[in-house]
Design a protein around this ligand. Structure first.
Ligand SMILES: *[C@@H]1O[C@H](CO)[C@@H](O)[C@H](O)[C@H]1NC(C)=O
Ligand SMILES: *[C@@H]1O[C@H](CO)[C@@H](O)[C@H](O)[C@H]1NC(C)=O
Ligand SMILES: *[C@@H]1O[C@H](CO)[C@@H](O)[C@H](O)[C@H]1NC(C)=O
Ligand SMILES: *[C@@H]1O[C@H](CO)[C@@H](O)[C@H](O)[C@H]1NC(C)=O
Ligand SMILES: *[C@@H]1O[C@H](CO)[C@@H](O)[C@H](O)[C@H]1NC(C)=O
Length: 594
């Protein structure tokens, strides 16, 4: 047994070393150093923000974008105020939220991620202004999206109130609970990373703001779903999966930056609430994969997705959260800083004409003279996060400055990524390689035992004590159809190419790529063992509950709350279980794009 522990330690350490080696900024990146002063960066972002806000109509919306885009801007307004210690946009935001809620009751748009952009903005506004009106809006949005998120009772009963079809209980033996549907359309079975990731982030922000375990449970369910079903062998979050019974469990393999961006932001918030080594490692591997992914960027490091070479708001937002929350290892933080710096310089050099304050969506250029609310908010994500970048970081003092605002979740083994640790780790890692062969035997035998016991152990844990077992009836909120998304694309769930609804803005794009058989097999291997996901509990999420929830539920302060710590620990255990697979399990069915 002792030998086993030693082996695992060695392997874990060598894996960590691999991750550490990835965090050297690439020498081919274009212009990573931001040389303008912070004051200048504040004026640049402020001017772009004012320009954008000037295009809002009196009802709080834009005339050129879908329902979600103003919500993205609202969040940026609050973030700008947070960074600059102001309340400049507070009053205007208090005016706009109810107007946008009037257009879509409970902020429930036909596309779940659009509605959740208001939940996100409101949660950020609450964090910045501490005004409970905003918390109420965030809870309202969270609650309406929760009705389109699969609960344990949905998967066990095989149906969910908002959908007409029978629900698939599991894929690869892992529960489908935790996935959020793309659309309210009762016939659309597609669960997407965009909606699930948005729900994850809003849940995590609400958990952080209120300490209420319900939100933390929801965030953990979403994160577990993404990790189990959408995360691929390259550590990238893929696009979608069907939740309809008897549909193939193949994953829609579009690779887009926003899916990973949302996952990164969600993990960064969970890590702030109560971080530990496992959350950190998942965050690290996801960031390493995102920042180097050549599906959406060239060697210059500028995000340029699809043929139109567009930047990505949600990836910037996620990395910005990693940077400012400062819960992370210093090597990774510096890596993220330089990567944001690349985007920052690109946007200013290539995506705008001086003096116009109008920015294009393509950060590799050329600039456009015409204002577009989607393109502008996409660039604003860079301008605002660019303000945060420190002018000059002292070379090596950062390893110990982990005393972040939310420091209770300290990461005990942070120092293991220090240069000395890396060197030592290299030696140890080399030795570890020699014993891997012996380990494989252990692996196989141990895995067999584990797979048999894991499920029952986790089902017996104290999670279940607080779960209401009866399904919560849901009365669907009426949808107004006075405004419809101008650019909605027809969608055929049987076509493995899908039309993407991107960000809040509703740019549409046909995304396609295919996962080869090897990748599919590895994907199965990396997810199958997360069967503990079955022990997650149902959320209660009726609109009535939201309407009845008057203010913040502050009975449990977030960071001293034992159940909270316990839950995060359990999350980490679940995520940690990855990497082992049941060799009897078949690879998932996979249909390549036809
Ligand atoms: C905002 O306040 C914080 C803490 O008081 C300070 O560190 C930061 O520099 C301030 N930011 C600006 C832009 O004034
Ligand atoms: C799913 O497949 C099973 C077994 O083939 C079949 O009995 C059942 O009717 C199918 N369900 C649906 C909803 O198609
Ligand atoms: C904008 O102005 C800066 C300095 O004033 C210059 O370096 C940059 O090339 C200009 N960019 C464009 C697109 O004209
Ligand atoms: C917004 O960006 C897209 C992608 O670069 C571009 O096709 C479109 O023309 C831009 N919109 C405007 C109004 O410039
Ligand atoms: C926690 O949040 C849920 C969902 O909004 C709510 O129903 C519940 O009353 C809250 N719990 C507490 C203790 O405030």
């Amino acid at each position: 047994m002792l030998t086993l522990i030693l082996f695992w330690t060695l392997v874990a350490h060598s894996l960590l070393l691999v991750a550490a080696q990835d965090f050297t900024p690439s020498s081919s990146w274009r212009s990573p150093n931001v040389t303008t002063s912070q004051d200048d960066r504040i004026s640049i972002a402020g001017a772009a923000l004012d320009k954008t806000a000037g295009f809002l109509r009196s009802d709080g919306s834009f005339n050129d974008s879908a329902y979600g885009t103003p919500g993205m801007l609202y969040a940026q307004m609050a973030e700008f105020d947070r960074i600059t210690n102001q309340t400049k946009y507070k009053d205007v935001l208090k005016k706009y939220f109810p107007l946008m809620e009037a257009v879509r009751p409970n902020f429930l748009d036909e596309f779940l991620n659009y509605g959740l952009s208001y939940g996100y903005a409101a949660a950020r506004a609450y964090e910045v202004y501490q005004d409970e009106t905003f918390l109420d809006y965030a809870i309202t949005s969270w609650t309406s999206a929760g009705a389109y998120t699969l609960s344990d009772s949905d998967t066990s009963s095989g149906s969910t109130p908002g959908k007409s079809f029978n629900v698939q209980a599991t894929c690869q033996g892992i529960t489908m609970a935790g996935g959020t549907f793309w659309e309210t359309d009762q016939d659309n079975p597609t669960i997407v990373g965009l909606a699930t990731g948005s729900y994850l982030v809003v849940s995590a922000l609400l958990a952080e703001a209120t300490g209420n375990k319900t939100y933390l449970d929801a965030a953990i369910n979403s994160a577990t779903f993404i990790h189990s079903h959408l995360y691929n062998v390259q550590n990238v979050v893929q696009d979608n999966i069907s939740a309809r019974k008897n549909d193939s469990c193949s994953v829609g393999s579009g690779i887009n930056p926003y899916n990973s961006g949302l996952f990164i932001e969600g993990l960064a918030i969970l890590d702030s609430i109560s971080g530990n080594a496992t959350t950190q490692n998942l965050l690290r591997e996801t960031i390493a994969a995102a920042v180097t992914n050549n599906a959406w960027q060239g060697d210059d490091g500028i995000i340029a997705n699809w043929d139109s070479k567009v930047g990505d708001l949600l990836m910037m937002r996620g990395l910005g959260a990693v940077y400012w929350r400062n819960t992370t290892y210093s090597d990774m933080r510096n890596y993220v800083k330089e990567y944001i710096g690349v985007q920052y310089n690109a946007v200013l050099d290539l995506a705008t004409s001086n003096g116009t304050n109008v920015y294009g969506a393509s950060w590799v250029g050329p600039p456009s003279a015409v204002f577009s609310s989607d393109n502008q908010t996409t660039a604003l994500s860079v301008l605002i996060n660019g303000i945060l970048l420190k002018d000059q970081e002292p070379p090596s003092s950062n390893t110990s400055d982990s005393g972040s605002s939310s420091g209770s979740g300290s990461t005990p083994d942070k120092s293991s990524s220090s240069p000395a640790g890396a060197i030592a780790g290299g030696v140890v890692g080399g030795i570890a390689l020699l014993v891997i062969i012996g380990l494989v035997v252990f692996f196989v035998r141990r895995r067999r035992r584990r797979e048999k016991t894991r499920r029952s152990v986790l089902l017996d844990d104290d999670f279940s004590s607080s779960s209401p077992l009866a399904p919560t009836p849901f009365i669907m909120a009426p949808l107004t159809s006075t405004q419809s998304s101008p650019d909605r694309q027809p969608y055929s769930p049987t076509n493995s190419q899908r039309s993407e609804k991107v960000l809040a803005g509703g740019r549409s794009h046909i995304g396609q790529s295919s996962m080869g058989e090897k990748a599919a097999l590895l994907h199965a291997q990396s997810t199958v063992s997360l069967q503990e996901g079955d022990s997650t509990q149902p959320r209660s999420s009726t609109p009535e509950a939201a309407a009845a929830a008057p203010g913040p539920s502050n009975e449990e302060p977030p960071r001293v709350n034992l159940p909270t710590e316990e839950l995060v620990r359990l999350l980490n255990e679940r995520l940690q279980a990855g990497g082992h697979w049941d060799e009897d399990e078949m690879p998932p069915e996979y249909h390549t794009a036809s």
